[in-house]
Each structure stands twice: as C-alpha cells, then as structure tokens.
Design a protein around this ligand. Structure first.
Ligand code: BGC
Length: 731
C-alpha cells in the first residue's frame, strides 16, 4: 500500500493533492461557492425558497479534475455511483471519493437517539444498530459516516447531549467502541462504512451548555473524563476523527497540536485522518486565533487536521501557503498520505462502487431493520415511576385516553440528525397504542396543546377524554429540533403549557401515566410527585409508538437505566454522579455544599430505572482484600428476581478511591452487567475488576494507580448498593 501511495504522490499536482484534503458539501445544493451564497441569504439578497430551489451541482467537473477528496451529503444512489465513476474512470489518477454523511442513529431506518440507546446499557444493541445503519448507508452509496459522537455531556442544557452516550466515561467508552465496530466491522465488507469519531475534544463541556462555546478545564480532568471514549474508539480502529468547533483552554481544537498530535497520534496511536467540523477551519479566524484564511488553513493542517470540511478553505489557501514558504511541501504530502491510506484501507481502490439501485431498494427499511428499531426503542426506555403498579396497563381496561401534543406525532419521534428518515416511516404512540390495545379497549385522543406556545384551548377536550377513561397516557416533551446541534436550552422544564396540561389531567383524579418524548434530561419535580407513572421514551425512532405500547401494556418489561442524571432544577447543572469529593458534603448544617432553596439531590440519579419485577442483591464478596496495583479482584454478588415476572437488571459496579494525591470523584462506574432472570431465580453476577482501571492522571499527566483503600459498591444505580473495601498495594 505504501508503495502505491508513493507512486500516486509522485504523480500528483499541488491542486490534486489539495483536492484530496478537501471535503465539499452536496447536501443542500452543492453549488461551488457556497460561502458566497450563504452570505447572500444572510444579507437577504436571495430568499430561502430561492436558495433551496437552486439547481444541484455535484461538482462533476472538479471531480473529473481530481480536486475533490470527499463529498458530504446523501443524494440518491445513482448520483453517487455516477460521481464515483467520474472520479475513478475519468479523472487523471482515478482516486475514488469518500462520500460522507451524518448517519448518527440510523440511515433510513431510524433507531432511538444515541443517548436513549445508551440507556439500554447493551453495547451489543448499539453494535447491531450501527451495523444496520452502515448496511443501509453503504447500500445507498455512502462509505463514511460522521459518527459516533462520543462527547461526554454533563450539561443537559447542551442540545447535543442527545447525540452521545451521556455523562459517563466508562459507559461512553463501551458504547464508543461498540459503535465503531458496528459501523466499520473489519472494513473488509461492502456493507461497512468508515467511522468518524467526534467531536475531538471536550465539545460537551461548552460553558453554560451553550453550543460552540468555550471550554476551559484542567488537563487531568480532560484525560480522566473527556478523552477516554476517544481513546477507546481510536484503539478500536476508528478510521477517522473530527476536530471540534470549540477552543480548549484557549486553543481551538481545529488547530490544536497538543490534542491532535501529542495525544491522538502520540498517545492513542491513531493512524487515520482527521477532518475538521463543518467550517471549523474558517472559524479559526472568527475565534481570533488566525489572522486570515491562509494562516487558518496552514495552522489547522500543521496541527493535524488533514481534511477541511467547508467550502474550500484548504483548496484556496494551502497552495498559497506552500508558495509563500510557510507550509513545507512535506507536511502537505504527509496529510495526503494519511487520507489515501484510509481509502486503501477501506478497499476503495479495488471496490469503489459497492452497490447499485436494486441493492439500495431492497436494503433500506428492510423488515429486519424495522424489527430491530422496535427492539432498540423498547430496550432504551426507562421506567422512572410506577406508583401502585399502574403499569403495565391491564388488558381489560374500558377506555384509555392517549393525550398530549406528542401522542399523534410521528416526525418528532425521529430526533435530531435522523439521516434520511421520514415522518411517514414512523408509527406514532397513538397508533402504537391503538394497535396494541385489547379489542374491548377504546382509545380516546385529544392533543390538549402544542409542544410550544401558551394556547390552553385544547385542554377541555383532553380533560373530557380523561374523565371518560380509566387511565390517562399523556405524551409530552420536546419537538425534535429542540435538541441536537444549536439546540441549547436555558430551561429544562417541559416546554409551553405541557406541564399545566399534565397538572390539569392529574386534577381529574384519574391515574396519569406520563410518557416523555425528548432529547435530553428534563427537570419535572411536580410531575415526579404527582403522576402515577413516568416512562422516559426519548426520541425513540420510527418504531417508537409500538415500543411505547409494548412497555405500557407489558409485552416488554422495561430494563433501561439512565445514562445521564436528571436534575431537580436547571440551577443544579452541571449535576452528575461522579463529582469530586467536597470538603463539606451536603449535610443538615447551612455551611455545607448545598442549596438553600431546593434539594441538592438530582431528580433521578445516573443508572436509575425501574421494571415490572424486583431484584434483591445479597452477599457481595471479593476474592481478596489486598491486591497489587497490576492485579485484579473478583467481585461477586447474588442477584435474585423476587418479583412476579421475568425481567432484566443492570447490575452496576462503582469504585471510590478513598484517599488520592488529587481529590477523587465520590465514585466511578467501573463495570456493569445486564442480567435476565426468571421469577424466583438467583444468579451469581461476577466482575473481574482490573486494578489498573482504577487510576487517574496527575498534574504531569502521568496515569497513577495509587496504593490505599478503595470502596466497591455494587447495586441497581449510582446511589444504592452493597459495599466492600479492598486495599491496593504497590505492584
Ligand atoms: C456538526 C457535525 C456534523 C457536520 C456535518 C456540523 O455542523 O457539528 O457533527 O458531522 O456538521 O454535517
């Protein structure tokens, strides 16, 4: 391969080299000077309608001229095949193109948002949904997904919390690896796509939860919490990374040699290429970090961003930087080499086409994919409350009122970044409930209100439906564009008058089951207090409706556990289970770490979730109490299903490092196991805990496992469990 790359490099002109480092966009309309067009739109020189009706130009001539390394967007399969044919058969050197797209939680078959899927605590589920997403995307002519998003997100105000695996580094790392494996397989199959791990790095820590905002954090925190999922993804073989928009400690991630070179390549052994986030190279100028686009392009390239996703910054500027001597030609060659290596690794030179229209037709929305969407959705849902066992709903109910603005809504089930998913592919909660209800059960429906706005004129119909029914199912939450990119919120309550609607429904005296459809943790203390039951359904994808019905009628016993803490109030944010130990933990006294006007405890902790059966934990044991720093300890607990039905429990193992040379988190997740037990069954659940995984970074960024006492807690969530103590001794 290296010889072939050398041979190509020798033949390439400067323009062709820079072409390989260029990712163009074809997703909106593909006009070459998109920056200028967007400016016209901003200035009002053209209307949005005119903008959208512009003819699509997929840069055929530039591809023929060898000036396009990658194209973003998902036009139809025939267009992509035609473009690839131009690149391979009509361009001088025949270098194939990478076709990239945001396949975040499905391509056409849309699965639950990634945050939801993480609540299954089943990495294998994520591997399977990613593999199906790759299968569909590749059948449609794509070969690169801008996923997985592995940003740790401890701030639910940040709308992009929906795109990742939540607040925890351990759970996040396990899901990061699973998704990379699911997308890529071993890259030998035509059904694989390249993964792109994003957004490198610490984008989830934007100050105030405001998208694109600055990030300032200590390097030990960066390495202990924010980088582990990236490292695991790199070691799982991810072919590409995407540099983040934000600055980190004053240096934008897109021109950050420490992150891109020292850490990613040096420490993590990454051998693929890095693409900038959309326009991020140009934004170096807006950050005030580069004086102009020429400098921005050179700085990004030299820091380690090989490909520019934009409207042509590298293409315009790198040749100028080479000409003025500020960019050595060997730096450019090295970047081209890295891009070509990935194309070879994917086998794109040997098999550039990989699909045809018939394959696309039979693959997208295949029935097995739709079945998996239902399975993934119900496994992602979290039962938060179930007072008096109102759930599962009895089959012999006379009437059920299915109300709320999201009950008869299909589009919002998709969530943000929903590939080419279509609202008409979705089955709403109302439709799912109607299909699942017994023949004798009548379903009444009234929306009550909209997601946003203050119109309460629909309340009366919803109340009437409630009064006529045995139980009320209120489907409330957020519309899909309230989370995702640019979807930061200042308030974490239910938007509009939805909480008022729920209060009015509770006022009827009928039991109210609240089903939440949303893209982030929300704060709803009144509802927690007064609803009979609460199901967090998230944005569950195209089979959301049937999956909600499976959970509500008991065809599926919910097994999801929260992958992110739900705050009691937005004022607690950031609130996460693994916060560092304070010198004055919350206590009854005023001068302790707490609030004077509300609880310190969150609404629901990380790891929390209920089911329709109950589990007990007994006899936590460790096979040794003293263990060397390079050793391991076997931890066992007896788990019993003491309830009436088959169920699944996520057994969670947390470790607290009781004394450290730096202040340590109160606890950290270090293992979990999802166990399925019949009623009455007892199972011994065993963890082999590697002591090497219990360390942390010091100021000099050395990874240390310090001798001393560690407390192990094994239980159903981050707040409860049985405990044992071990002593780590120098290895
Ligand atoms: C987002 C990325 C995405 C890219 C390409 C950007 O605005 O931040 O996550 O992959 O657009 O669509």
């Amino acid at each position: 391969m290296e010889n072939r790359i050398d041979a190509l490099l020798e033949k390439m002109t400067l323009a062709e080299k820079v072409g390989q480092l260029t990712s163009w966009s074809a997703s909106i309309f593909g006009a070459f000077d998109m920056g200028a067009l967007i400016q016209q739109l901003v200035d009002g020189a053209i209307s949005i309608e005119e903008f959208e009706s512009l003819p699509r130009d997929y840069h055929e001539q530039e591809i023929r001229d060898g000036l396009v390394g990658s194209l973003g967007g998902a036009p139809d399969v025939d267009t992509l095949l035609k473009l690839q044919r131009i690149a391979v058969e009509e361009s001088r050197l025949g270098i194939p193109i990478l076709f990239g797209f945001d396949v975040i939680h499905g391509f056409r078959t849309i699965f639950p948002i990634p945050l939801a899927e993480a609540c299954s605590w089943e990495p294998d589920l994520a591997r399977r949904t990613a593999a199906v997403a790759a299968k569909e995307a590749s059948a449609a002519g794509l070969n690169w997904t801008y996923a997985p998003m592995v940003d740790i997100a401890r701030d639910p105000r940040w709308g992009r919390i929906s795109e990742g695996a939540g607040e925890d580094k351990f759970l996040g790392s396990v899901f990061a690896a699973a998704r990379v494996e699911g997308f890529q397989g071993d890259l030998s199959s035509d059904e694989s796509v390249l993964a792109c791990v994003k957004h490198y790095a610490a984008y989830g820590a934007a100050v105030g939860g405001r998208d694109y905002n600055t990030v300032d954090m200590s390097l030990p925190l960066l390495h202990d919490v924010y980088l582990p999922p990236f490292e695991v993804a790199a070691r799982a073989g991810a072919a590409t990374f995407m540099s983040a928009f934000n600055d980190l400690n004053g240096v934008p991630c897109t021109a950050n040699p420490y992150l891109l070179d020292t850490v990613l390549r040096g420490r993590f052994g990454f051998r693929g290429f890095v693409v900038s986030d959309a326009n991020a190279v140009g934004e170096l100028v807006v950050h005030g970090f580069s004086a102009n686009l020429r400098e921005a392009s050179r700085m990004a390239l030299q820091a380690g961003v090989e490909m520019d996703m934009s409207h042509g910054y590298y293409r315009e500027n790198l040749p100028l930087a080479v000409a003025d001597g500020s960019l050595p030609g060997k730096d450019l060659d090295e970047a081209v080499r890295r891009v070509l290596r990935v194309k070879f690794r994917l086998g794109l030179f040997e098999r550039p086409y990989r699909t045809d229209a018939a394959k696309a037709e039979r693959t997208l929305l295949a029935s097995a994919h739709v079945d998996l969407a239902r399975e993934a959705a119900r496994r992602s849902m979290v039962l938060l409350k179930n007072e008096g066992a109102v759930l599962p709903l009895a089959k012999e109910l006379r009437r059920v009122a299915v109300v709320g603005p999201l009950a008869d809504d299909a589009a919002d089930l998709l969530g943000a970044w929903a590939g080419v998913g279509k609202p008409e592919d979705c089955v709403s909660v109302l439709a799912g409930m109607c299909a699942a209800a017994g023949v004798a059960t009548e379903i009444l429906h009234a929306p009550g209100c909209k997601v946003l706005g203050d119109d309460t004129s629909g309340f009366a119909d919803a109340i009437r439906a409630a009064e006529l029914s045995d139980v009320v199912v209120a489907v409330v939450g957020e519309s899909k564009d309230m989370s995702g990119e640019g979807g930061s919120r200042i308030d974490l309550g239910l938007p509009g008058v939805q909480e008022e609607l729920v209060r009015t429904l509770v006022g009827t005296g009928k039991p109210v089951v609240v089903v939440l459809v949303n893209g982030r943790p929300l704060a709803f203390p009144w509802i927690k207090e007064h609803a009979a039951a609460i199901v967090e359904a998230w944005q569950p994808g195209i089979q959301g409706g049937p999956a909600v019905a499976d959970v509500l009628f008991g065809a599926y016993n919910p097994s999801g556990r929260l992958a992110a803490t739900f705050p009691y109030s937005v004022g607690q944010v950031p609130v996460h289970y693994d916060h560092p130990m304070t010198g004055r933990p919350a206590a009854a006294t005023r001068f302790s770490s707490k609030y004077i006007d509300g609880p310190t405890e969150p609404l629901y902790p990380f790891g929390y979730g209920l089911g329709y059966t109950e589990f007990t934990y007994a006899d936590l044991r460790v096979d040794r109490v003293e263990v060397p720093a390079d050793g391991k300890v076997a931890v066992e607990v007896d788990l019993t299903n003491v309830g009436p039905v088959f169920g699944e429990e996520v057994v969670q193992l947390y470790v607290s490092d009781l004394v450290g040379s730096r202040v340590r988190p109160v606890k950290e997740l270090k293992g979990f196991h999802k166990a399925a037990l019949m009623p009455g069954e007892t199972r011994c659940v065993r963890f082999d805990l590697e002591i090497a995984a219990l360390g942390h970074h010091d100021e000099a960024l050395r990874y240390l496992v310090e001798p001393g006492e560690f407390r192990i807690t094994v239980g159903p969530d981050s707040q409860r469990g049985l405990q044992a103590t071990i002593r780590v001794v120098a290895g």
